[in-house]
Design a protein around this ligand. Sequence first.
Ligand code: DLL
Length: 431
Amino acid sequence: MTATELDAGQRMSLDELRADQLANLKSTVTKVYEKVPFYRKAFDDLGVTPADITSLDDIAKLPFTNKQDLRDNYPFGMFAVPREDVARIHASSGTTGLPTVVGYTLGDIDKWGSLIARSILGAGGKRGQMMHNAYGYGLFTGGLGVHGAERHGFTVIPISGGQTQRQVQLIQDFKPDIITATPTYLLTILDEFHKQGIDPTTTSLQTAICGAEPWTDEMRKEIEKSFNINAVDIYGLSEVMGPGVACESAVTKDGPTIWEDHFYPEIVDPYTGEALPDGEEGELVFTSLTKEALPIIRYRTHDLASLLPGTANPNFRRISRITGRSDDLIIIRGVNVYPANVESVLFEFEHLSPHFQLVLTRPGRMDEVTVEVESREGVGAVELDGLNGLVAARIKERLGVSSTVSVLQPGVLPRSVGKLKRIIDRREGLR
Ligand code: DLL
């Protein structure tokens, strides 16, 4: 990326950035204290007022916000502007309970589009290019969020997720430069290329911008090699904005850069809520600095990562790759395991595909985990002989957990059209 492509926010010096963050933090805090009864009460309960925020470190005095707080104020109780000023609503589907509702003013949508453009440019995209957007459209923030690129010189194809045969056809016919999709859905599209007998390395695609679910560097390499493209990691969450809270640079590929001029990050101990220093792993927490409709204070993401120093954008810190969500953690006889840890081990076996799921059962008193993984296309019985045991032994060696491994034929596991569910919980009474 050339220097001329950096926007005003990216060109600030570190001193300017810190001053800008503090000014925006103060105005955000004042706004929520005045406009959002939930925050007024939460601040009062802690005995803190907006006047107590005189430095960025004072953020630690502020209350946290949890998903449950949004649910308790369902649907619009967290909005800081009159309902008529809200131009768009999104919501998380929420597997249990009420969905989490978020809202945007036109100004918010505008800023969101700018951050998507900043993300795409950093990811190696260029204005004028065509983007095949396979994130789901609808209440999910992925599709319509990334769509904001259309106002910044990109041609957006709003294909959404699903209809995978058509995805392949349109990639062939329209010849887009960029594809945006969850990494697991991109693998589903990859399968479809093979099914149709088309070599995926021959497409017009140059850049994949993947996120919305955890994925590993091994998965990145698989995607890059299979399509002969660059793949970068985009991070975001609805409560804080949606896609584009952070995005990786194609030059450094070393974890998503947080757009710190809009979102102030912290890492806290997931159990005590104590702030942790940069570099230590814990739970990511974000405070929005410029949101109008739904400003959010110290939102507990449940995403586990660490904050790293800036590289491609020296003043903005990066997130290490997200190892998992605290609620995706499975504990097998006291050992903590995330699906991404298993993914890394499976990639060590050339005959195994990236398609896997973890099935939890409780046959007696103890939880057991079965790793169901598909072999790659064209792998024969000879290569598969004894593989179950070998993989289980490697998982035990690397992760310290005993598992049953079941290597399956290609194509039998469910495929993703968006975020893939990696953990299938069949424990009686615990579902
Ligand atoms: O998934 C927003 C998004 C859409 C991000 C498209 C990137 C691309 P939610 O549905 O609210 O929003 O889910 C947010 O998804 O807390 C993480 O657990 C997970 N997540 C998002 N991006 C990444 C990523 C969108 N790059 C939740 N790596 C977050 C790992 C991610 N997990």
